[in-house]
Ligand binder design. Structure first.
Ligand SMILES: CC(C)(COP(=O)(O)OP(=O)(O)OC[C@H]1O[C@@H](n2cnc3c(N)ncnc32)[C@H](O)[C@@H]1OP(=O)(O)O)[C@@H](O)C(=O)NCCC(=O)NCCS
Length: 272
């Protein structure tokens, strides 16, 4: 996949009613480089997938097949191709967040189920919070990446730098006694503002989530949280957001030990 295929990507993500914008697709291409692929059926482009490598871990995203071309093996062929690409690079772990349509395809290719994520959706409402967040800066980005690495077991510095560059004002951090305790960001989507990623301690998580929902007051928002993360779920339900759909986080290869309790919002189900 190259920049010339952006139109295909946007058409397929809109057809599936996904939330990605052109900015998101450009970010996938920039981070994924030569690891983003399209599928052709009888000479017509009908499918996409992207990969993003973070050291020895890779994420697969944007697995989309045109409705007219489904159930003919295109999705599986795209996945096999992407996995061969990642295997050739010596990647130890491949992860993704599967929709119910995608999960059986991934299971057949050796992916193991991990935890469930719930997508919360609604119109963000404002409420009083004693928020103590500050805007992230280029100088704090290294600390943000280090905290993320410690909590998720994955060095996502490239993704976080890119999300920061896209919207510096949206990346917020919390410090307690001078120590970085968490960060959050958000970005516009085709259907709603996507809130996340948010990686934080038990003290900082509710502050970051509640304040970001406040900042989005009046807008439709999506937030993806581990379904068993009771405090994150309570924080979002207190804001009137409702569970909309579920995604299964999956991996192939070496398991990653992430601290699920520090995951207050995923970066979006289509990219982990
Ligand atoms: C999920 C998705 C990518 C699958 O793409 P696809 O091209 O239909 O996938 P495949 O054809 O390889 O496999 C799908 C099914 O068709 C079956 N199949 C494959 N080749 C077939 C053939 N020649 N004849 C009949 N069935 C076939 C597969 O066994 C599989 O069956 P299962 O669902 O019972 O396991 C597609 O449905 C899609 O784009 N959905 C919307 C977006 C989405 O949810 N993406 C996944 C994100 S995680």
């Amino acid at each position: 996949m190259t920049g010339a295929d952006l139109g295909l990507g946007l058409r397929l993500s809109r057809q599936a009613q996904w939330n990605q914008t052109e900015t998101d697709w450009r970010r996938f291409l920039e981070l994924g480089g030569e690891g983003c692929f399209i599928a052709e059926l009888d000479g017509t482009a009908v499918g996409t997938t992207t990969t993003c490598i973070f050291d020895s871990v890779a994420w697969i995203a944007m697995v989309l097949v045109d409705v007219e071309a489904r159930r003919q093996g295109v999705g599986s062929a795209l996945l096999r191709h992407a996995l061969a690409f990642l295997d050739a690079k010596g990647i130890e772990t491949v992860r993704l967040d599967a929709t119910p349509a995608g999960q059986p395809v991934y299971e057949k290719l050796g992916f193991q189920p991990e935890y469930l994520l719930t997508r919360y959706e609604g119109i963000a409402s404002r409420s009083d919070t004693e928020a103590h967040t500050e805007q992230a800066t280029a100088e704090t980005l290294a600390e943000v990446s280090e905290l993320n690495h410690r909590m998720t077991g994955t060095n996502r510095a490239t993704l976080l730098s890119r999300l920061f560059a896209d919207a510096p004002q949206s990346m917020r951090i919390v410090r307690i006694a001078g120590r970085l305790e968490g960060f959050i960001t958000s970005r516009p989507g085709a259907n709603a503002t996507q809130i996340g990623p948010c990686i934080a301690t038990a003290q900082a998580g509710p502050i970051l989530l509640a304040e970001t929902v406040n900042r989005c007051a009046g807008q439709r928002v999506f937030v993806d949280v581990p379904s068993d993360h009771v405090r994150a779920v309570q924080t979002l339900e207190a804001k009137g957001l409702k569970a909309q759909r579920y995604l299964r986080r999956m991996h192939r290869g070496k398991p990653i030990r992430d601290h699920v309790e520090a995951l207050w919002a995923g970066s979006g189900p289509e990219k982990g």
